[in-house]
Design a protein around this ligand. Structure first.
Ligand SMILES: [Zn+2]
Ligand SMILES: [Zn+2]
Length: 84
């Protein structure tokens, strides 16, 4: 787990989107709000269901989460859903 600390010196989330590779710039304690990148993308993720967070699968980089250990989750929020 020490790999999660990269000497940034700030308690930032730093979660990398498994698909787009963008990095969450929000503070570490932004939950339950979604991750958000500087580009404005926001997303939820959860422990990768293939590698269960290990980032690798049978000695290969997990192709579901690209080694991030987390996979994006599609959430449909009825409060923010705007028809039309
Ligand atoms: Zn985040
Ligand atoms: Zn995975």
């Amino acid at each position: 787990m020490s790999q999660l600390r990269r000497g940034v010196g700030k308690d930032l989330c730093g979660r990398v989107h498994a698909v787009t590779g963008v990095e969450c710039y929000l503070a570490d304690a932004h939950y339950p709000r979604p991750h958000q990148s500087l580009d404005g993308d926001s997303w939820h993720d959860g422990l990768c269901s293939k590698c269960t967070g290990a980032g690798s699968w049978r000695d290969f980089i997990c192709d579901r989460c690209n080694g991030a250990g987390f996979e994006p989750i599609e959430l449909i929020d009825p409060e923010t859903y705007q028809p039309g």
